[in-house]
Design a protein around this ligand. Structure first.
Ligand SMILES: [Zn+2]
Length: 307
């Protein structure tokens, strides 16, 4: 975290201490409830975050985001353990939040590790420089897959280098994951969770960009997205499928159709693909012509067959 990334606003009793986290959209105040984490006697791998006592409930002053934060040390490296405090606001019964101590070791190595308890409470062990990324997730309600965050954090060098440059790289890549997650959710909802190419739902659908996110300027708008099942997402990403921007007709690459003429399973896949894109609920969410044009410009070398 940079010098200006974290600003203490009010510590008070320390439970909570109000601090501000710097973000692209300005400072975000959080109510930090810092307490001890310790091994739990019952099971060897089990650790817990302990409440200080009956008279100190978790609070959310002025609606400020409450975060329960434990501080641990692994091989002389500080690791935070964070919980969303919202589910504990106002609870006066002294209790502990349990987590698998293994995430402390994993976070010391990769910068990020998660554990979800049987009660559905998520513990995140993280490098202190990734606290802003965690706050962004809590605020947006989008939690990218923990392994993906760990890979991104690890690749940014935030653990190995532990400097502000690496921290900024980590923040950008994790923030990208959060924004992708929000985009995917919005696109999925626009299509009622159904694939725009085959109508499958079964919670197997993600939101994919048309003008790809790797291109500078591609917007995270529903009209630059398609809800696709995993097979159609992969087929779209591998340029097996071309969609006519004007009438939304769906076209397969000739060699895929050739394979489908002799391979029964491939034939079922191509036959299950609708001849035209299925539309989202709202007309304003329909994929825009320009997004397809941008995609084909950007990826022209892969679409020579489409003509
Ligand atoms: Zn599909």
């Amino acid at each position: 975290m940079g010098r200006d990334a974290l600003k203490v606003v009010s510590v008070g009793t320390g439970w909570p201490g109000i601090v501000e986290i710097a973000s692209d959209r300005g400072p975000i105040p959080i109510a930090l409830h810092v307490s001890r984490v310790s091994p739990h006697a019952r099971k060897e791998y089990e650790w817990r975050f302990q409440y200080p006592g009956n008279r100190d409930p978790v609070v959310s002053p002025d609606g400020i985001l409450p975060i329960l934060l434990g501080v641990a040390e692994v091989d002389e490296k500080v690791v935070f353990v964070a919980f969303d405090g919202n589910s504990r606001v106002g609870k006066i019964v002294r209790s502990s939040l349990l987590f698998n101590g293994g995430i402390l070791m994993d976070a010391a190595r990769d910068g990020w590790a998660e554990y979800t308890s049987t009660r559905g409470e998520r513990a995140v062990a993280l490098h202190p420089r990734l606290l802003a990324a965690y706050v962004e997730m809590l605020q947006s309600g989008i939690f990218p897959e923990g392994r993906e965050v760990a890979n991104a954090a690890s690749a940014s060098g935030v653990v190995a280098e532990d400097d502000e440059e690496a921290a900024e790289r980590a923040r950008i890549v994790v923030s990208r994951l959060v924004r992708n997650g929000a985009f995917s959710r919005d696109v999925r909802e626009a299509y009622n969770g159904r694939c725009a190419l085959c109508d499958l739902s079964l919670d197997l659908v993600v939101g994919a960009h048309i003008w790809p996110v790797s291109a500078k300027g591609a917007p995270d708008k529903v009209w630059n997205g398609l809800a696709l099942c995993h097979n159609h997402h992969a087929a779209f990403d591998k340029y097996y499928i071309w969609i006519d921007p004007t009438d939304r007709a769906v076209k397969f690459r000739p060699n895929i159709l050739e394979i489908a003429s002799t391979d029964a399973a491939a034939k079922i896949f191509t036959q299950n693909t609708r001849p035209n894109l299925i539309s989202p609920k709202k007309a304003t969410d329909r994929p825009r012509l320009a997004m397809f044009q941008k995609r084909y410009e950007e990826l022209a070398i892969f679409y020579g067959w489409a003509g």
